[in-house]
Every structure is written in C-alpha cells, then in structure tokens.
Design a binder for this molecule. Structure first.
Ligand code: GLU
Length: 513
C-alpha cells in the first residue's frame, strides 16, 4: 500500500504550533515511507472562515520547509484540495447513505432540539440524538412517508443524520500510537452529516475526502480521537476500507497542566504561532517564532521532540535526519510538555551551526534596518565575539556598546558600586599607557601586555579586568575584552578607556553621596 497522508487544517485562524507539529509528523511519515504529503483545506464551515488564514497556513508550512506534494496550489490527481470546491462529492455520498438506509432526513427545528435538551437537563440527563431517542423526534424514521414527502415538497429545511447502530456494539480499531482502542457505539450520536444549508459537516467531508484522496494514514491531534468511532462506522456504512489512524498527544503548558494555549504564550512571553498573525477582525497581532528570530530548523526540531524521540539520547535532527529515523511507534501516548527554554536552546544549536559569513551579512542588514552602519567585515568580528552568548542574532543589539561608546545611563551601577575601588582609576590610567605602546594591536598581544602589566604591578586579574570591561562597555559581562579591544582598534579603545574611567568616577562619587 502506498503511503498518502494529509494535513487538513480549517482556515479559521492562525495555525497553532500544535497544528504545525501535526503537519510535521505527517510530512515525516510520508517522506520516511516514500509517500505523499497532501494539504487539504477544510473550509466547509463558512461561519468560521477567516480571511487570510489559508495564506497564513501555506506561508507557515513553507517557512518550516514542509513541502507539499499535492494541494490546491501544487495540483494533483485527487483535487480539488479545498472542501468548498468538492460539494458534489458530498451530495453524492449523502444520497448513497440515504439510499442504503445508513442516513435519514431530520426536520427538527432548533427550538424543538433545544426543548428536548432542556427536558433532559431537568431530569439531570443529557439529550443524545440516537437509536433510543430518534423515534421521538421529527425525522424520516419516525414520520409517515406521506408526511416526509410533503415536508420535502414544501421545502421544509432539514438536515441529514447518520443512523448509528440500533444495538450498541464495541467499535474497535488499532491506533498506530495507542494500540487497540475500543469505544462503545452507544456514545456515538446520530451526527448531522449534511446541514440545512446543504453543506457537509466536518465528519462527512473528512471521511469522504480521505477515501477519495486515497489517504492511507490519518495522523491528527488527540482531540479527534472521540470522532474516530463515528468515522469507522461511516466507512463501514459506505462499504469502504478505513485508513489507519494515529492520534497525536497534546502539547502541554510549560507547567504540565493542560493544553498549551495562546493565553499561555501571552502570559509567558513566548509565541505559540509559527509566524506572526494579524487578526483581520480585531487588528490584534500575535507573535510568531519567525519574527522572534527563531530559525525554522530550530523550531521544527523543537516540535519534533515534543512527542517523539529516537529511542536514544539524540536531540538534534535536521528535517532530512528526522526523515531517516521517524516512525509512528516512537510517538508518545501522554502529553508533551512545552518548554520555552528548550525552544531557545534549539535555536542556539542551529545559530551556532550557521556559517559565520551568513550570519554576518544578516547582522549587517539587521543593523542597517536599525539605522546602524555595520560593514559585513565588522559584523563578522561581532559574530565571532557574540555567537556563544546569544540565543538569537537580534540579541546582539542588546549590547549597545558594541556599536557606540556607552553613555552614563548605560553603566551598570551595581558593578561599579561593588568593583570600582579608590585605586581602580589609577590602574586603568597606567594600563592605558601600556596599551598605547602596543604596536600590533591584536587580541593575543593585548592580552600578553595586560598580563605583563598585572605581574609588574603585582595585581590580580580581578582588580583590573572587570574595571577595564566596565570602562569599555559600561556592562559587567560580555565577550573577551582583548578581542573587543582589537575590534575597536587602539585609538577607540584608548578613547573609551578614558571616557569610561571619567564616567565611572562620576557615578562612584554620586553613589557615595
Ligand atoms: N479540519 C480538522 C482540523 O482542523 C481536521 C481533523 C483531521 O485531521 O481529521 O483539525
């Protein structure tokens, strides 16, 4: 059997990262098995349609590198790949089910249904439209055929419902992740398959499409597990073979309690969407991994590990590497806890793997956007100094002192209070004289001279190095100051040293007042 899988989002808003993970696992499973990965847009519910959502989905998958084999834009033999363009197939399927007695027309008005629900509630029960209640409702099964004909002739609005089995039975199927699943048909209600407006519901369209698109494996979120028995019954009613099913575990909040939601992202300051989303109705913007500076490889690797593992300690996988070892049986059953720190860690991994000259040109253009002049050559030096210290390239700009002499407000007061002693300024003034004499202003030479200076004065590293850093940068941490001095050049280093000492002295005086 050839493997054909689909990612079937509804264009009702931006794609949550859980949705991207579903797409990723589908993609990997297809590629690992020489199969096809389809994108099907499930847009039957016109009331929930959101402008721009489909474009967003396509752009997000594209950013992640999840190439679609068959879809609305890619084409394919099983199109169209958008449910709103497949109405005829659904009408035909409903006709077939009506004919075979597996579905029936129901004329109950929304008010009547609400009344039945309220009545059940008053008896502390829940109303379910099924074999036990359908006789008391207004439908083809409870009404005389004349009455039904009359209703149809007069155009009375109606839905078509699935006729679940009269006698409860266990619907058993094998989930590729969970093993054997058995759910009683008694919990399955006579679901509406076709709405009053003649449009199919999710269940009908989904099953009909998976069949006609020859989908071999349905890989989707755990939230669809309760729908699986209905889908199995539908396949049986149509006389079709059901595909294999795999229901993916939830992605949990960082605390581990409950499903990760957009609100968790807002509260925790991390994105839950792959790329930025601008809501067309509210105008609100939700942040995206892309805009937050994540590399797509890192985002994808992080998602891969949220619910799957290779069975050993490895954590770093490019998409190609993941294709090599991905299998459904290594997907976990329980929820996978999302960690924003781990997400950052993955980005660091990939950032440090990126060729420095690539990062340098990107940094240089990022600088230009901020109105900072930074040649690619200088950017390359900065990359060399800062790469080990940042999770995102953009974080380089937090170190303002890389680009301009720090002003008084930039100085770290706590550091000065703790580390700037009465003698400090004189040490740095003497150091400045030493540096002035360095002909070859290279990091190794500066470092050697610095050490010789300490030795000759019987000073410890701590007494001079940190003040040297504070004077040059205003900050208490950062890259090697010998490298930074080389980057600045002799003249700028000496100028910064001079102004830095002056500023530190002013601050010190203010602090002791
Ligand atoms: N349209 C459904 C969704 O939005 C698809 C579920 C499925 O994959 O069967 O998640």
């Amino acid at each position: 059997m050839s493997v054909r899988v689909r990612f079937a989002p509804s264009p009702t808003g931006p794609l949550h990262m859980g949705g991207v993970r579903t797409a990723l696992y589908n993609y990997l499973f297809a590629k690992a098995n020489g199969g096809k990965f389809l994108l099907r847009i499930e847009d039957t519910d016109q009331t929930r349609f959101v402008d721009g959502a489909e474009d967003y989905i396509v752009e997000a998958l594209n950013w992640c590198g999840l190439t679609i084999d068959e879809g609305d834009r890619e084409g394919g033999e099983h199109g169209p790949y958008k449910q709103s363009l497949r109405s005829e197939l659904y009408s035909k399927a409903v006709e077939d089910l009506l004919e075979s007695g597996n579905a029936y027309r129901a004329f109950d008005t929304p008010e009547e249904l609400a009344a039945m629900r309220a009545d059940a509630e008053s008896r502390k029960a829940v109303f379910q439209y099924d074999a036990s209640t359908r006789g008391g409702c207004r439908n083809e099964l409870s009404m005389s055929s004349e009455e039904v004909d009359e209703f149809i002739a007069s155009g009375t609005p109606h839905v078509v419902r699935f006729k679940t089995p009269e006698a409860a039975e266990d619907v058993v199927f094998t989930d590729e992740i969970r093993g054997e699943v058995s759910i009683s048909s008694a919990v399955v209600d006579d679901k509406v398959l076709m709405k009053m407006d003649g449009l199919p519901t999710y269940h009908l369209a989904n099953v009909v499409d998976d069949h006609h698109m020859e989908i071999s494996h349905v890989i989707r979120g755990e939230e669809w597990l309760p729908s699986a028995p209905l889908h199995i019954l539908l396949y049986r009613a149509f006389g079709w073979d059901a595909p294999k099913f795999a229901h993916l575990p939830l992605i949990l909040k960082p605390t581990g309690n409950g499903k990760l939601s957009k609100r968790d992202g807002d509260a925790g300051g991390f994105p839950v969407f792959p790329i930025e989303w601008n809501d067309p109705k509210s105008g609100a913007t939700s942040s995206g991994y892309r805009e937050n500076g994540y590399l797509p490889e890192a985002f994808i690797n992080m998602l891969l590990m949220l619910g799957w593992n290779p069975g050993d300690e490895r954590e770093k996988f490019t998409l190609e590497e993941a294709v090599e070892c991905f299998s459904l049986d290594r997907i976990v059953k329980s929820g996978a806890r999302f960690s924003p720190d781990k997400a950052k860690w993955f980005n660091e991994l990939y950032l440090r793997d990126t060729p420095h000259d690539e990062l340098a040109s990107e940094l240089s253009s990022m600088a230009a956007e901020k109105g900072i002049e930074l040649s690619v050559k200088d950017a390359l030096c900065i990359v060399g100094m800062m790469l080990e210290r940042v999770s995102f390239l953009s974080e380089v700009f937090d170190a303002n002192w890389l680009f301009e002499t720090p002003c008084k407000d930039d100085f770290n007061l706590k550091m000065i209070k703790k580390k700037w002693k009465d003698e400090t300024a004189s040490y740095l003034e003497d150091l400045s004289v030493v540096l002035e004499g360095v002909a070859d202003f290279k990091a190794e030479v500066i470092e050697a001279e610095f050490k010789a200076f300490l030795e000759s004065r019987e000073l410890g590293f701590g007494q001079v190095l940190l003040p040297f850093r504070i004077a040059l940068t205003g900050a208490g941490g950062g890259p090697s100051m010998f490298e930074f001095a080389e980057y600045l050049g002799k003249e700028a280093t000496l100028a910064r040293l001079k102004s830095g000492v002056e500023t530190a002295l002013i601050i010190k005086a203010e602090l002791s007042n």
